[in-house]
Structure formats: C-alpha cells, structure tokens
Design a binder for this molecule. Structure first.
Ligand code: 3PG
Length: 213
C-alpha cells in the first residue's frame, strides 16, 4: 500500500505543533492507542525534527510525515528524521521537485484551480485543500471537485469533530487533516488522555461515514 493509500485508510491526519520533543513519545502513544497511528509534525517549531525521530523510532508502525515544509532544507531534514511524506501549505516548486526526485510522497497545499493545475503539471493528484473552512468548506471542495474528478483532496484548516462528516462525504476527499485532535496546548500540558479520546472519537466518525457508504 502506498503512503497516500495509507493516509486514505486512516481518513484523518492529526496535524501536530509540538514544542518539546520530550512529549513526542506520549503523544505517539495517545494517537496509536486512540486508533490513528499517523501524524503530520509541522516544521513550525524547533522540536519538529527531533519529534519525528522519536516517533519513528518508538512507533515503527506509525506513519509519520512532516508538515508546513517551506524549503528544500526542511524537506531534507524531515526525511532524514524519518518522515515518510511531506506536506506544505502552498505549492512550492523546489520542495515538490526535491520530493519527486527522491521518491518522497509530497502533498502540496492548493486553494484555487490554478494551483491545482500547477500540481497536476508535476504529476501530483493528491493535494491538500487549505485553508479548507476559510476557503468555503465542503461546498467549495464539491464545486472544485466537479472540474477535477481525478484529483483527490486532503482538506485541512478549520476542521474538527463538528464538521468532519461534511468533508468526509465529499467524493474527492481521501482524508482530512486537522489539529483538533492533538492541539498544541494539550500536548504542552500533558493532556494525552484527552488526545487519545479525541482521536478515538475521530476514528469513530470516519468508520461511521464509511459504513454508511
Ligand atoms: C495546517 O497546518 O494544516 C493547519 O494549520 C491545520 O489547521 P487547523 O489548525 O485549523 O486544524
């Protein structure tokens, strides 16, 4: 199974901003126990690279990727640390080219048809739709998807347990990203039991939507 198929299988990608890599192991345990052995560790903090190293060595079964990757150097650091995929908020050609040259699955962010065209030009057809809620939410994604039936989206930005169902029902959506499962403060305050519960609740929503066809 490809990395992107694995992401699709999970249905939700926890987006993580972590300030201290010492929290990474308990975070990983909460996500795995909650039923989502998957995380996008954002390069918004200095701890990102070390956190990826901790997660990949402590939880080999976990699919760990890097988010908010804006430069080739960050992509290199992420992959060196064990990241199996790279996500960016926008379409950054050098990052995309580096990932393609190194067989690293890359999911650039797009918000407009023009940006989708740029990604398609690189042969990419699984794209992050960001910022999903602010860009018009599931209805915008439905409208865009009508023009791009072969593109698959991972909407991210403003998604939580309250609107997850709306996005999962969009036919072109393979998974949703979001920080609501493992919010920065929950990690910083050591509230891993809550992260586990939020994760389990998200898994239940994915299962319910998929069971209903
Ligand atoms: C991202 O980096 O993908 C977004 O900031 C996550 O958006 P959210 O915090 O609204 O879930």
């Amino acid at each position: 199974m490809t990395v992107l198929e694995q992401i699709g299988g999970h249905g939700v990608v926890p987006v993580v901003v972590i300030d201290d890599a010492d929290h990474a192991e308990r975070l990983g345990k909460a996500l795995v126990t909650g039923g989502l052995p998957c995380a996008e560790i954002t390069f918004r903090t200095r701890a990102a690279q070390a956190a990826i190293e901790v997660l990949t060595s402590a939880f080999p079964e976990m699919l760990v990727g890097a988010g908010t990757v804006m430069t080739v150097e960050q992509a290199q650091a992420a992959v060196a640390a064990g990241s199996r995929f790279v996500v960016s908020p926008g379409f950054d050609e050098p990052v995309v080219d580096w990932c393609l040259a190194h067989d690293v699955p890359v999911v650039p962010g797009v918000m407009t048809p023009t940006e989708i065209n740029m990604a398609l030009g690189k042969g990419l057809n699984v794209l992050k739709f960001f910022p999903a809620e602010a860009a018009g939410g599931a209805s915008t994604l439905n409208a865009i998807g009508a023009a791009y039936p072969d593109v698959r989206f991972i909407p991210t930005g403003g998604i939580d347990a309250g609107n997850l169902v709306d996005y999962l029902r969009v036919p072109t959506v393979v998974a949703c990203g979001g920080s609501w499962l493992a919010r920065r403060e929950l990690i910083a305050n050591g509230e891993f039991r809550q992260i586990e519960q939020l994760t389990a609740a998200a898994v239940d929503i994915v299962r319910a939507v998929r069971a209903s066809g």
